[in-house]
Write a protein that binds this ligand. Structure first.
Ligand code: SF4
Length: 205
């Protein structure tokens, strides 16, 4: 079975890919997990086409959700062009489409080798970017990105650029193992990039 969309907390989540350029120590994709607290079966044996994703989304009562969230089991921005295509189709067809959010590691420009942020304008309402650490060393220790510290720089640059196009840009950290000083350092960094910091409670898997 392929879970493309699932409900959680009044929002509708969209799962388009398992791919990711990180190997976060806390990622649910490790350790044989195929699901999460949100849904049972998120591992995609193959990625849905954008047409399949659109059909799935149109089968939902979209205005009933408080938010439409592209996140998924992997990094959704591997499919940024498909996300933007889907949002365009939904905006054409669904009056009162709820706000659209992407949860991302912020590596899209590094992954694609181009600046994808202008395409977010008018389509994406909220971006939630995982900050995960207050400096490059901590970030890389936690997220183990394929491109090492370049990924940290790329994530910061992506955040700064996206803030020019997306009304609400948040960076998130999990409060586990963070001192108040580190949280404040993260907050200052996020704000310097045009983002707000959101501190999330740790959810053990
Ligand atoms: S960025 Fe997200 S999907 Fe990728 S390894 Fe980290 S937690 Fe998992």
């Amino acid at each position: 079975m392929m879970t493309i969309t699932y409900e959680y907390g009044g929002a509708l989540y969209v799962n388009l890919t398992n791919r990711c350029d990180c190997a976060c120590v806390f990622c649910l994709r490790h350790n044989g997990h195929k699901g999460s607290i949100y849904a049972d079966d998120l591992w995609l044996d193959r990625e849905p086409t954008r047409e399949e994703a659109l059909a799935d989304l149109l089968g939902r009562d979209l205005p009933a959700y408080r938010e439409l969230v592209f996140c998924g089991f992997g990094e959704p921005m591997f499919r940024v062009d498909d996300i933007l295509w889907l949002v365009d189709r939904l905006k054409e067809r669904v009056p009162n489409l709820p706000p659209v959010r992407i949860n991302t590691n912020g590596h899209a420009n590094l992954i694609h080798g181009r600046d994808v942020t202008p395409g977010l304008a008018g389509r994406i309402d909220v971006l939630s970017i995982s900050l995960n650490g207050s400096d490059a060393a901590e970030y890389c220790a936690v997220t183990q990105p394929r491109d090492g510290e370049r990924a940290w720089e790329a994530m910061l640059d992506f955040t700064r650029k996206a803030a020019a196009y997306v009304p609400t840009v948040m960076m998130t950290v999990v409060d586990k193992d963070k001192t108040p000083e580190e949280i404040e350092k993260c907050r200052t960094l996020a704000q310097s990039l045009g983002a707000a910091l959101r501190v999330r409670a740790y959810i053990p898997d």
